[in-house]
Design a protein. Structure first.
Length: 386
């Protein structure tokens, strides 16, 4: 008989958030609770993940520790919102655009990238500067804005102006009239880093407006208007902002979060992989090396999941190590063959767990996700535990 320690499964739980329902740490905890109900003797390691979007700060706080500092900010329509920055001992501040610019902060009827602003993110960056950070890492993703970071620049001391020298209104549409800048960036030598896994440029067919504008409420006419406005904005930044790199509109990552990536680049910052940054912070490689089974997941496991998102990265890394990887999601629409090629051994959905669409599964998956994930965790334990 094998020693008892060899009979214990080593299970790595590293999900992304379930957008609109649970944070990544909550997802991992629910699945772990279910597994322990069915197989209490196994070793579970929880390493929730994020790629720069909602939950970025929460995940890094769990991995890095540090001090979480509340920062009052505003949402994409200028209403009060709760933000925070994470300060770590090495002089780095971590913040996420979604706390101030997030699509989840608006109702469907309020989504209008012609009017939404990134001003609230500027308040978070300014707080990091005021706190004495040497580097500010900004998680980009899940934004409701398409203003090229114009709103973000205002709390940092730079006001976009029209041809008559008047301050531009907030929102992406107003950038069509951009002609000049007033003031200089107030960064006190802080280095900005955009954490994103989007490599889209600011402009064009693959740019911020064309690719991401429709999910933020833009119709075809809006997309054309916004892309032209961002083109004018890129010209102004290149001409008027010292240190802005040439060819700003075509730089990889500039289109992230409605052009916030371009604003970071214009301020002398750089883009880094959000999921790469997080996986290093949580020491995911070492955890994968020791795992017998990997469980990951996200709200919707679909064709986009296999193109650079958290699940794809985890499944590929597990496959390379010969470790089985199971995906849990709110909804699964990826084909079994396509998922298997990406390294996914099996996939389970809350929708099907609760009986499918015809039996109210959608409502149950949205309102009772913890219950469903706990049940799926127990089911996996009964299937996989030694």
């Amino acid at each position: 008989m094998w020693p008892a320690t060899l009979l214990r499964m080593r299970v790595l739980l590293c999900p992304d958030k379930f957008a609109g329902t649970l944070s990544a740490p909550d997802v991992a905890a629910a699945v772990a609770d279910g597994w322990r109900d069915a197989a209490p003797g196994d070793d579970l390691l929880l390493r929730p993940l994020a790629d720069g979007g909602p939950g970025f700060v929460d995940v890094l706080a769990g991995a890095l520790g540090g001090c979480r500092v509340p920062v009052p900010t505003v949402d994409p329509l200028g209403r009060p919102a709760a933000g925070e920055i994470l300060l770590t001992g090495d002089g780095t501040a971590y913040l996420e655009s979604a706390q101030a610019c997030g699509l989840h902060l608006l109702t469907a009827a309020e989504r209008d990238p012609k009017a939404t602003t990134s001003y609230g993110l500027g308040l978070l960056v300014a707080a990091a500067v005021e706190a004495g950070a040497r580097t500010a890492v900004v998680g980009l993703g899940g934004s409701a804005t398409n203003d090229g970071g114009a709103g973000m620049l205002v709390p940092l001391g730079v006001t976009p102006l029209d041809g008559a020298g008047r301050a531009l209104p907030y929102g992406g549409a107003a950038l069509a009239a951009a002609a000049a800048l007033d003031g200089e960036p107030w960064l006190r030598g802080v280095t900005l880093v955009a954490a994103t896994d989007v490599d889209n440029p600011l402009l064009g067919l693959h740019g911020a407006s064309s690719v991401f504008g429709p999910q933020k409420g833009a119709d075809r006419a809006d997309v054309l208007l916004l892309d032209a406005a961002l083109q004018r904005w890129a010209e102004v930044l290149t001409e008027r902002l010292p240190g802005c790199p040439p060819g700003l509109g075509a730089l990889p990552g500039g289109g992230a979060a409605g052009g916030l990536g371009a604003a970071v680049l214009a301020l002398g910052g750089r883009c880094e992989s959000g999921i790469g940054l997080v996986t290093r912070a949580v020491k995911l490689d070492a955890a994968l090396d020791a795992a017998d089974l990997v469980i990951t997941g996200e709200g919707s496991f679909d064709h986009q999941s296999l193109r650079g998102k958290v699940v794809a990265g985890v499944a590929g890394a597990a496959r390379d190590r010969g470790v089985p990887c199971v995906v849990l999601a709110g909804r699964v629409s990826t084909g079994r063959r396509e998922a298997a090629a990406a390294g996914v051994t099996d996939a389970y959905s809350l929708l099907e767990h609760f009986g499918g669409e015809e039996h109210g599964g959608v409502d149950a998956a949205m309102t009772r996700p913890v219950e469903g994930l706990r049940a799926l965790g127990a089911r996996l334990a009964r299937q996989w535990s030694r």
